[in-house]
Write a protein that binds this ligand. Structure first.
Ligand code: C5P
Length: 421
């Protein structure tokens, strides 16, 4: 994977605090980030905060001779793969559009030979002002990717377009620069690009996600479990929420934080998961990522089963669990797009194709979980999957689970757009 180096220019607006979360997400996604803060930006976030989060020196002025001798502003502007301006204030965009270079940030923006993405945030009147409309149009003509701001209540008390998009959505837009900017290869190259007008492509859709393992009780202290960590399902829930969907996440027992904007319901067993899923329906889309136990103890003892000293092992008889995916597929409330996962240890794709038909899912995302217990897929951060649809099979390269999630969500959004047309 190529290094992912982001030069982040933090402008002077109240939304600057969200740049801190963006730095964290870039780092978490395996990227490197170097921050430049304008004078205005420093009224909202300190260089110290950004330096601590990025673990790199933060640049604030053109006149820092030490930095100039060691690095130089031209080099700083060119050693990134992508320059991100976040928040891009009305003033900063006006200067960018006019080619003004009167501080470090604007000088870097004029000197760079790398793609530039601007993430605007400002009052709704400022965003709608003809001068800003002109500047945005000019910047887009010049090849700058200007994201659309979100709509909603603003820090100033007004309502409208101008809010900075959520950091998750910005991070996803950054990952889509993929091949063009020297970032990691984007498995969706050639697919519709949602980074422009329509970067919340699942807005108005309700997405149900199941994630994690189930625990099937044997007695009050013992249970049958599996090694699922829930990371892939949580990443998908996060990506769907960042794409604007209403997300209901039904989670088995995992140690993961609820992603921002996601409604989470915790369950233990397969039977509880089925109940929770049925209560969440109808939804537009369901993505069943949970590693549901196939069997449960036929009877759960009311008290801890004791060794009786005879050396005999107690009998453990199993009962079949409900197949949640198959039952959702057969339900009158079946979502229009139903996606299952398949963890296989051999003949991954052919088993997944058979599973798609047998369970009545539209797509299956298949992965190879062969390898020693605790291998890198079950519990790890990376995943290499095959997307099995009625149109065929795609083999995606190994990548972090949150990038698999982002890629899958883009696929889903593209499918929904086609479906609507
Ligand atoms: O049969 P298998 O466990 O390989 O199927 C995997 C797919 O089916 C996953 O999408 C999983 O969430 C779903 N599943 C389910 N209920 C089960 C077993 C699997 O929903 N009892």
């Amino acid at each position: 994977m190529n290094p992912r180096r982001i030069l982040l220019i933090v402008g002077g607006g109240i939304a600057a605090y969200k740049a801190c979360e963006l730095v964290r997400l870039i780092r978490k996604g395996g990227g490197e980030v170097t921050c430049v803060v304008t004078e205005g930006g420093q009224h909202f976030v300190t260089p110290m905060t950004l330096a601590a989060l990025s673990e790199k020196p933060v640049h604030t002025t053109l006149w820092d001779l030490k930095n100039e001798a060691e690095m130089g502003h031209i080099q700083l502007s060119r050693e990134a793969d992508l320059v991100v301006v976040c928040p891009a204030t009305a003033d900063l965009m006006a200067k960018m559009a006019a080619g003004i270079a009167d501080d470090l940030a604007t000088t870097l923006l004029l000197a760079t030979n790398k793609p530039v993405m601007a993430v605007p945030a400002m009052n709704v009147r400022m965003w709608e002002h003809p001068a800003t409309r002109r500047n945005v149009a000019r910047l887009r003509d010049d090849g700058v990717t200007v994201l659309e701001p979100d709509e909603g209540p603003m820090a100033c008390g007004e309502y409208g377009a101008g809010r900075l998009p959520e950091p998750e959505a910005i991070w996803q837009a950054i990952t889509r620069f993929g091949s063009a900017g020297g970032l990691a290869a984007n498995p969706l190259a050639g697919q519709p690009d949602f980074a422009g007008e329509n970067h919340r492509p699942l807005h108005g859709r309700h997405v149900l996600v199941t994630a994690g393992p189930t625990h099937e009780p044997i007695d009050p202290v013992r249970y049958i479990a599996n090694r699922s960590s829930g990371k892939q399902g949580f990443a998908i829930a996060a990506a769907a929420a960042a794409a604007g969907a209403q997300v209901t996440l039904i989670a088995g027992p995992v140690h993961l934080e609820t992603p921002p904007g996601v409604d989470r319901f915790d369950v233990e067993s397969a039977v509880e998961m089925l109940d929770a899923v049925e209560s969440a329906l109808p939804t537009d889309i369901a993505i069943m990522v949970a590693a549901v136990a196939d069997w449960r103890a036929a009877e759960c003892a009311g008290q801890k089963i004791k060794k009786d000293g005879s050396g005999e092992v107690p009998p453990l008889s199993l009962a079949l669990n409900p197949d949640i995916l198959a039952s959702v597929a057969a339900s009158p409330a079946r979502p229009r797009l139903l996606i299952g996962f398949a963890a296989e240890t051999d003949d991954v794709v052919s088993h997944a194709q058979a599973k798609r038909l047998r369970k009545g899912a539209d797509w299956i995302v298949a992965n190879d979980v062969s390898g020693p217990p605790g291998n890198s897929v079950m519990g790890g951060d990376d995943n290499a999957v095959h997307l099995v649809t009625p149109d065929g099979v795609e083999d995606w390269p190994a990548m972090p689970k949150d990038r698999v999630a982002a890629a899958l969500v883009e696929r889903i959004a593209a499918h929904c757009m086609k479906d609507d047309a």
